[in-house]
Design a protein around this ligand. Structure first.
Ligand code: XIL
Length: 347
């Protein structure tokens, strides 16, 4: 009798578990539909064409889109006077057709620069022209179709100083102000963002970036928001640090974009051929915590949260850092992970 009862209990537990996993099938849910703010992802045009599970998830789960690489200078402006529009046009058309908010990433950065810019020799005035033409040609082409731009990406170093990028070397700190002004001239309706990483775990860098943006804003420079990338991990930064970062941006009166969210399981680069259940659960809890806390911020500052990829196999982290990792909401077969289920079921 007892045994039978136990069997019934185990059976119903199994049924419950089954129920739970089918309760969060992405076919029946939309992540973005759960929130008043936009939930975005990055996408690459070739994936949208060649990979139907990827395409389905982009369309069903998200209502905003950022390009992962195709709008970076080396891709879109490979030679002086030569712009390669095809891939970014495809992405912008796709986002517009799907009614997704298109977020441009990124106009001015020290990485993924074409050689002609890295090696450009010219006077200060000529460098200013390079900056202006690069920004204004791109922003003008997508005027009214790209809602917002990461105008400057990663301008600060960990010690809170401005990075010694080619832009800084040739134009000094003024390149930031110029970049925002040029972008605004080309599309006065676009929202303009400063975007950076480690703003949660490094208060020195965070304070420097926010102070710099606030000073620009006070001087009348059109800068509307700050993107905190949030390439975080299950071990760090702490909740307190992430919360401080979110609040600091809002308190400084900037829109807050969590702009490149992923949660690494393996920041110390151990061998990890498969993720453990325990780590996946920690990851789920942290995704949940980030979305929940973001939702509690004053609504006027909630520009949105953008995930930096769809399935774990698409993530930049294993390639870029040469390690095993599983940082996204869907696994390598585009099946929902615990993190996706927790967002759908518990929020
Ligand atoms: C990454 C892309 O995801 C990779 O495909 C590429 O090889 C390198 O850049 N901060 C940023 C993003 O602002 O543009 C970076 O994207 C990740 C870190």
């Amino acid at each position: 009798m007892r045994r039978a009862l136990l069997l019934i209990m185990l059976f119903s537990l199994g049924a419950c578990q089954k129920q739970t996993s089918s309760n969060c099938s992405p076919q029946d849910h939309s992540l973005s539909a759960k929130f008043n703010f936009k939930v975005g992802t990055v996408a690459e045009p070739f994936q949208l064409q060649a990979n139907s599970p990827y395409l389905e998830l982009v369309i069903s789960q998200f209502n905003a889109l950022s390009p992962e690489n195709v709008m970076k200078a080396n891709a879109i402006h490979p030679q002086e006077g030569v712009f390669d529009w095809y891939p970014s046009d495809q992405l912008v058309d796709f986002a517009n057709d799907q009614n997704m908010r298109m977020h441009g990433h990124t106009l001015i950065w020290h990485q993924q620069l074409p050689e002609w810019i890295s090696n450009f020799e010219g006077t200060k005035e000529e460098w200013r022209q390079v900056l202006k033409i690069h920004i204004q040609t791109i922003v003008a082409r997508y005027k009214g179709r790209v809602a917002a731009w990461d105008v400057v990406n990663e301008a600060f170093t960990e010690d809170g100083n401005l990075r010694n990028s080619v832009w800084f070397q040739h134009l000094g700190a003024a390149y930031l102000r110029l970049a925002f002004e040029y972008a605004h001239e080309a599309d006065p309706d676009a929202l303009l963002f400063y975007n950076d990483y480690n703003l949660a775990q490094n208060p020195l860098k965070r304070n420097a970036a926010i102070r710099f943006c606030s000073d620009l804003k006070k001087a009348g420079v059109p800068i509307h928001g700050i993107g905190c990338q949030f390439h975080v991990s299950i071990d760090f930064p702490s909740h307190r640090e992430m919360d401080a970062c979110m609040r600091a941006v809002c308190e400084a009166d900037f829109l807050l974009h969590i702009s490149e969210l992923d949660i690494a399981l393996n920041p110390l680069s151990r061998s990890m051929p498969v993720p453990s259940e325990e780590d996946l659960q920690k990851q789920a809890n942290l995704y949940y915590w980030i979305f929940k806390n973001y939702r509690r911020l004053p609504e006027a500052y909630q520009y949105g949260i953008t995930l930096w990829g769809i399935g774990d196999a698409d993530s930049w982290i294993p390639y870029f850092f040469n390690r095993d990792d599983y940082p996204l909401l869907f696994d390598e077969n585009y099946q929902a992970k615990a993190a996706y289920c927790k967002l759908i079921e518990d929020l």
